[in-house]
Design a protein around this ligand. Structure first.
Ligand SMILES: Nc1ncnc2c1ncn2[C@@H]1O[C@H](COP(=O)(O)OP(=O)(O)OP(=O)(O)O)[C@@H](O)[C@H]1O
Length: 260
């Protein structure tokens, strides 16, 4: 098993509460799930159901209050394992503009994770960044530009190239294609499928978009108020979803179809 979450919980201190005796809100409650190598786990749920928190727990951006997160058989809560394995776990967010430093060139943005790991000559680095940009279907010459000079869809590809630069084995996509128009979303779904095969990666795909999840995911979990309320072994069969929260999401998808 590549990734395993065992009864993981995470709460946040409610804003406006004092540090001592503060009331806490449960964002993720007792969640257990797993993901085999090379496969995609879709996570859907309404706003505030805990999807992003679960993604952040997986890549170590937040720490669980309880439970365990195991990757390749090791607990990521152990500092040694965490240090060794966390670069293999990357997360790509929805808002690419705020995920990059607008004063850095595209080359420096993509090169950052490489420079943390390896010592390359300047020409080796330029070649590596060019290859990564080609992998996400951008022209290598784009590396000399700045984020404001390219479209949102192109910038999201830059963020994907930066994630790939860390040589990940697993990527958490947090609404990573949601802000793009329908045509660009479709192109991105195809890009993500191709990259997954080429780089032999596992994906956790967080979205409101059941249509996208049907294309990308093998398995699907539905979250509501921090808990997993349904687990579908085959994400292609959305018609097998039974929980009222799942059916609400399906209804919302059908309604948005009818109105387009
Ligand atoms: N840093 C934080 N501090 C305090 N509360 C937080 C924090 N991050 C999330 N929460 C709360 O935790 C709950 C789960 O939030 P989370 O962002 O994980 O849900 P989500 O399903 O990803 O929502 P969305 O689809 O709107 O992004 C929400 O009630 C949210 O307000």
């Amino acid at each position: 098993m590549s990734l395993e979450l065992i009864e993981v919980s995470k709460s946040y201190r409610l804003s406006g509460q004092s540090l001592f005796r503060a009331k806490r809100e449960m964002a993720v409650m007792n969640v257990s799930c797993s993901l085999e190598e090379g496969r995609t786990l879709g996570i859907v749920g309404s706003s505030g159901s805990g999807k992003s928190t679960l993604g952040k727990l997986i890549v170590g951006l937040v720490k669980p209050d309880a439970g365990d997160i195991r990757y390749k058989g090791e607990s990521l809560l152990r500092p040694q394992a965490r240090q060794r394995l966390f670069s293999e776990l990357q997360m790509v967010f929805q808002d690419s503009r705020s995920a990059v430093n607008s004063r850095m060139t595209i080359k420096d943005i993509v090169a950052e994770p490489i420079q943390h790991r390896e010592r390359l000559t300047s020409s080796q680095l330029t070649k590596r960044v060019g290859d990564l940009l080609t992998a996400v279907e951008l022209r290598p010459e784009e590396m000399n530009g700045y984020p404001h000079q390219i479209s949102g869809g192109q910038l999201q590809r830059v963020c994907i190239a930066r994630a790939l630069a860390a040589k990940p084995r697993l990527i958490v996509w947090d609404e990573a294609i949601s802000s793009l128009d329908a045509m660009t979303q479709w192109q991105m779904i195809q890009l993500l499928q191709r990259l997954q095969k080429e780089y032999a990666m596992s994906y956790v795909f967080i979205t409101h978009n059941l249509q996208a999840v049907r294309h990308l995911a093998d398995e699907l979990i539905v979250m509501s108020r921090g808990a997993v309320v349904e687990h579908l072994q085959d994400a292609k069969h959305l018609d097998q979803l039974r929980h009222p929260e799942s059916q609400r999401l399906v209804q919302a998808m059908l309604t948005s179809y009818r109105s387009t």
